[in-house]
Design a protein around this ligand. Structure first.
Ligand SMILES: NC(=O)c1ccc[n+]([C@@H]2O[C@H](COP(=O)([O-])OP(=O)(O)OC[C@H]3O[C@@H](n4cnc5c(N)ncnc54)[C@H](OP(=O)(O)O)[C@@H]3O)[C@@H](O)[C@H]2O)c1
Length: 285
């Protein structure tokens, strides 16, 4: 596979590997003209009146005239305002009841204004995607979801592909620097089964994982602020994993979701937002 881009339903091309930026410091990333810029609408900005100002702020912050892709970060709306995490003393979040379909309608106006080239979703499950598709004018072209060998999302990837929605894998390397990682959590990049495949191809574990995603036509956004790793993570177009090794990596799935905020409720650690009517992970995919 020599493709470095995938074609979205808008006919625009999107790179198959992107640069994740969470936890990067200002000035550590690269120039606008070199990159396909994706940004997201945060949960406190779902009210239709808040969408345009939120996007305008992002354009101003980034000092650009347009975004290549603008995603709704989560289907869930949080309390309106400028407090990014409207949290109560017990750690629970104050929600809002905005329907993501109303938010989407407001996002569609951004395309019409030329502020964004394409719209997409993040953390939407299959049912929510279909619910949204029933009302859209501008279709979502991407769904950005957690995806790696421990959570391969094969059913959701298949669901998206059938609807011409490209899947972008976030935390593709297992997000080892996620703030809540515990010492005894499994470390994807140190998994002996991945190491064995990497050795066979003379590649690094990260390269094997990224290559596995590309061969299943899933875009990857591995985060790194280490120049040698950034280089390593894009040097993935000069080898091909065999079908057998692809299936072997597929078999590492253990529903191992890493990126879900949790709180302790009645002495038990639970998913913080699982009671929100639009929490996406109560469905199996
Ligand atoms: N839509 C959403 O809700 C959502 C949620 C989470 C993340 N994301 C996006 O997805 C991006 C990627 O996910 P992530 O940051 O959670 O985790 P990730 O990309 O899976 O892993 C990042 C970690 O891997 C290390 N790393 C990167 N390349 C490596 C290599 N070749 N060898 C060894 N270690 C390597 C990085 O270290 P160094 O930086 O020190 O090199 C960092 O500690 C984020 O930055 C963000 O843009 C989106």
């Amino acid at each position: 596979m020599s493709l470095t881009y995938i074609t979205l339903a808008t006919d625009k091309k999107m790179p198959l590997v992107g640069l994740g930026t969470w936890k990067s410091s200002p000035g550590q990333c690269i120039k606008r003209e070199d990159i396909f810029i994706t940004s997201k609408l945060w949960n406190t900005k779902h009210h239709p009146d808040d969408v345009e100002p939120a996007c305008r702020k992002t354009l101003a912050d980034l000092q650009v005239d347009y975004l290549d892709l603008y995603l709704m970060h989560w289907p869930m709306a949080f309390e309106r305002g400028n407090i990014m995490m409207p949290i109560n003393e017990d750690g629970s979040v104050r929600y809002a009841d905005t329907d993501y379909k109303d938010t989407w309608k407001a996002m569609e106006k951004l395309v019409e204004k030329g502020w964004v080239k394409a719209l997409g979703l993040s953390n939407f499950n299959a049912r929510q995607i279909d619910d949204l598709l029933s009302t859209v004018t501008h279709r979502p072209v991407v769904n950005q979801i957690e995806c790696h060998p421990y959570l391969n999302q094969s059913k959701l990837v298949d669901h998206c592909t059938k609807r011409s929605i490209v899947v972008t894998a976030y935390s593709p390397l297992g997000s080892s620097d996620r703030p809540w990682a515990r010492p005894d959590d499994p470390k994807l990049l140190e998994d002996p089964r991945i190491l064995e495949i990497a050795k066979k191809y003379g590649k690094s574990p990260a390269q094997v994982i990224i290559r596995w995603q590309l061969q299943r036509e899933v875009v990857c956004i591995p985060k790194s602020t280490t120049p040698s790793r950034i280089k390593e993570n894009i040097e993935v177009f000069d080898f091909i994993l065999s079908e057998e090794d692809m299936q072997q990596i597929d078999s590492f799935d253990c529903n191992g979701r890493l990126i879900v905020p949790t709180i302790v409720r009645d002495g038990v650690r639970v998913w913080r937002d699982s009671s929100h009517p639009y929490f996406p992970f109560n469905d199996s995919y």
